[in-house]
Design a protein around this ligand. Structure first.
Ligand code: NOJ
Length: 701
């Protein structure tokens, strides 16, 4: 930025670089480290950071996909593998996890987070931190987590990248801050300030969030790094007209380290000399960073074993984690039959014919997703490669045709694809958005499939052959047409290196889909921002999705005249190859005392019987939601407060129990106190955020 070119060697020798990012090999990190340790005046080792987001060399599903597993254990294991691989190259700091709650699929970075729910997002944030940081930071395979982007970035207005955010303090504390707090409670060593302004104050110079909340209230002891150039950008935001002011505002607000802004280095000394920035504040920031370098053991072991690291290809063990994570990330959105049996899992006899159609069946790059560190597309097993192998094993006939381009409206490939489709027993359509259309800098104002792919899909369905849509994307796409016309839809995200094997095992039923959505799928883009934990309004529809009268008689409700309110697929939703029944919901008491709950005493126990009513073993994610009515401020129509993933054999039945105590029932009330209030409490134990019936409990004074 600003035309600055950096001579790393010189600056390292001069002691002017304390941390570096984007070195990726042991050779590089050791070389830089040697300069810092041997040539700089104080011999302080460098901390190497990198965006290790969903894997380092072994690439896992993108974070939104990983979140769809709802499996805290697999999230932690993926983060652990990433830490082991990155640390072997000398990288001891990752710019992850991104814990921004996101309610808008237009925002490209929805792919990098855990979705729209603060409760689930908090559990996932903790899992990443545990995985990266391990049991102790001085273990050579532990890397520092960096919880980002502090804070509110996911609420970018209109989903447009880097846009302003306006979030009331209550909403901030209730929805956007909890995953950050959870990461901190798990010991996250560093935080990253963000690009966005929050309530008119850029978050990289925001004293309320960085000092009042993070340092004073939460007593955070680690350091805060700015986002890339975000200190300089406060000038573009309009709260500083020159570099010294930008340096002063960000520094005094609480940003300890300047990432690529090139603002602190040339300005802080003068600001200290002139008395504008107290020297003690600089000492504090330096101490925080040095403290972590000591804790990591960098002073004792600044180098890594370059010879060992040079051969660090993904191991079979790491690939097994990647495959398991990918399988668990898939969400079965639809599985209807053509005349009875559901299309999936595929049941093809020897000699059966599959037409594999679509650009995403072969594109290894896209499978790597939005942020693949040193992931190598040559190590990706595509759907086409894995399906070809399965076809040989099972004596099936496979024909592949690209059919459509991954962007644009070209129909040039249609004829070949349709010919393959017409002679097949089943069509597998691998469609979606490109990975490059997701992530940072890829906000979209339209969430449809690319025009050519949509048209191709319609023509494939018109062949009357069963179609399975394998949908690759980093966000919910608007697939209303597909949801009513394509019998089977598997949301595959971008699954990583093991994309193909994981998909083939799922399509053939060796693995049973268990992923659940962590974001609401809109019917049309005009519904965004769309999220399940919304407020009721004063004019909710009496019946969900009540159609509009011909004469518009029922239009004075909180509704659209041209679209339903409900999502196409709700938060928490996902099908399985088996089915589950919910029955006999019980609560431990019909009343509870708010006063006791506030003292941490007592709780409400809610339970339900869950039965595997289908013919296969499967994992069900049983979700507990609440609503509070009669409170001092309006509370969402539903909030997730617990869930359990349970594996059940066919016919097996289990009672699943949840406990609701102070933590689950408190909220930021009208006096900005985080407490339990007397209320009418509705409890659902349900397979997703849009189903089940409520059991009522009175929370008294
Ligand atoms: C900008 C992104 O917002 C942030 O997430 C990332 O860690 C930095 N760039 C460094 O690449």
């Amino acid at each position: 930025p600003g035309g600055i070119t950096t001579n790393h060697d010189e600056l390292l020798a001069a002691g002017k670089i304390g941390s570096l990012f984007n070195a990726t090999t042991a050779l590089q990190t050791n070389t830089y480290q040697k300069i810092a340790v041997e040539k700089s005046r104080l011999h302080i080792p460098v901390l190497f950071g990198l965006d290790v987001i969903h894997g380092f060399r072994t690439i896992f599903p993108v974070p939104l996909g990983l979140a769809a597993t709802w499996n805290i254990d697999i999230v932690e294991r993926c983060a652990r593998v990433a830490a082991e691989e990155a640390s072997a190259q000398g990288i001891r700091w990752t710019f992850s996890p991104m814990v921004d709650v996101t309610r808008d699929a237009r925002w490209g970075r929805i792919i990098e987070g855990a979705g729209e729910d603060p409760y689930l997002g908090s559990l996932i944030a903790r899992a990443y931190v545990r995985g990266y940081q391990g049991k102790a930071l001085n273990n050579p395979s532990s890397i520092l987590a960096c919880t980002k982007h502090f804070v509110g970035y996911g609420a970018a207005e209109a989903g447009r990248e880097y846009n302003a955010t306006e979030i009331s303090e209550r909403l901030l504390r209730q929805v956007y801050l909890p995953p950050f707090r959870a990461a901190l409670d798990e010991g996250a060593a560093t935080f990253m300030s963000a690009f966005n302004s929050l309530n008119e104050v850029p978050t990289s110079a925001n004293p309320f969030t960085l000092t009042e909340v993070l340092r004073n209230e939460w007593a955070f002891k680690g350091f805060v790094v700015s986002d890339y150039n975000s200190i300089r950008e406060i000038m573009a935001h309009g709260i500083a007209n020159d570099e010294p002011t930008a340096a002063r505002k960000s520094f005094l607000a609480g940003v300890d380290m300047d990432m690529e802004g090139h603002i602190y280095l040339p300005n802080l000394v003068a600001l200290v000399r002139s008395g504008v920035v107290p020297e003690g504040r600089v000492d504090d920031a330096v101490r925080r960073i040095l403290q972590l370098k000591f804790t990591l053991g960098l002073f004792d072991h600044p180098y890594v074993d370059a010879a060992a690291a040079a051969h660090a290809a993904p191991t079979p063990e790491h690939l097994a984690v990647a495959r398991e994570a990918a399988e668990e990330s898939f969400v079965l959105l639809r599985n209807d039959g053509t005349g009875g049996d559901p299309v999936l899992p595929l049941r093809l006899k020897a000699g059966g014919k599959i037409a594999l159609i679509g650009p995403l069946a072969v594109s290894a790059d896209d499978m790597l997703g939005s942020w693949a560190a040193v992931g190598n597309s040559k190590e990706v097993v595509s759907l086409h490669a894995a399906l070809s192998q399965r076809a040989v094993q099972n004596n099936l006939r496979l024909r592949y045709a690209k059919g459509a381009e991954s962007i644009g409206a070209s129909e040039a490939g249609f004829a070949e694809a349709l010919e393959a489709a017409r002679s097949a027993d089943v069509i597998v359509a691998a469609l979606g958005e490109r990975a490059i259309a997701t992530g940072e800098g890829s906000a979209r104002s339209d969430l449809d499939l690319p025009a050519g792919q949509q048209k191709l899909l319609e023509q494939l369905v018109a062949t009357a052959k069963p179609v399975v849509l394998v949908l690759f994307s980093g966000r919910p796409l608007t697939i209303s047409w597909a949801a009513t016309h394509v019998p089977a839809i598997l949301q595959a995200w971008f699954p990583g290196l093991e994309a193909g094997p994981a998909l083939v095992r799922t399509l053939f039923g060796d693995a049973n889909p268990s992923g659940r959505l962590t974001v609401s799928y809109p019917r049309s883009v005009g519904q965004e921002p769309l999220y399940y934990n919304a407020l009721s309004t004063g004019r909710p529809l009496a019946k969900p999705d009540e159609p509009l009268d011909a004469n518009f008689g029922n239009r004075y409700f909180s509704r659209y005249i041209d679209e339903k309110n409900s999502p196409l697929f709700p938060f928490g939703y996902g099908l399985s190859y088996t089915t589950f029944g919910y029955s006999d919901v019980k609560v431990s008491a019909s009343t509870a005392s708010a006063a006791a709950l506030n003292l941490g005493q007592g709780s409400i126990v809610a339970s339900a019987e869950i039965t595997n009513t289908g013919g296969r073993a499967g994992v069900e994610t049983i979700q507990l939601y609440i609503r509070l009515r009669g409170t001092s401020v309006a509370r969402p129509v539903r909030e997730l407060k617990g869930y359990q993933r349970v594996k059940l054999e066919p016919g097996e039945r289990r009672r699943v129990e949840f406990r609701l105590g102070r933590d689950e029932l408190k909220f930021w009330n009208i006096d900005m106190k985080d407490i339990v209030e007397p209320a009418a409490l509705s409890i659902w134990i349900a397979p997703n955020s849009a189903s089940g019936s409520a059991t009522e409990v009175q929370v008294r004074d």
